[in-house]
Design a protein. Sequence first.
Length: 121
Amino acid sequence: MKPVPFEVGQEELDGGIRVFTVRGELDMNTAPELEQGLEQALAESTRLIMLDLSACEFIDSTGIALIVRAWQKLGEDDGGHGRLVLCCDNHQVRRVLEITGVESSISLHEGREAALAELRG
């Protein structure tokens, strides 16, 4: 069985929310593509970001580190006003996020609507 090709989709929602949808395997070979989009969003002063990992089939330590760096950068660069939330209903990826402790610092939702509701406050 071949892995799903990696893709990062982006959409801008009302209220300045930028949504990144990750499809396929987020690992050391594919993380730079997501990192480029996140860096661009931060350079454009985007302060509300949701990463939808529901179609992400696998995540390694490189992907985890990228998510944590983006979360830290949002908090530091904007005096703590920037927010990043995660959405993921893939149990394997959620398990990695829980085991690594990411979900104890970064809000993790099973559904997209719940994650967006948190960002909209």
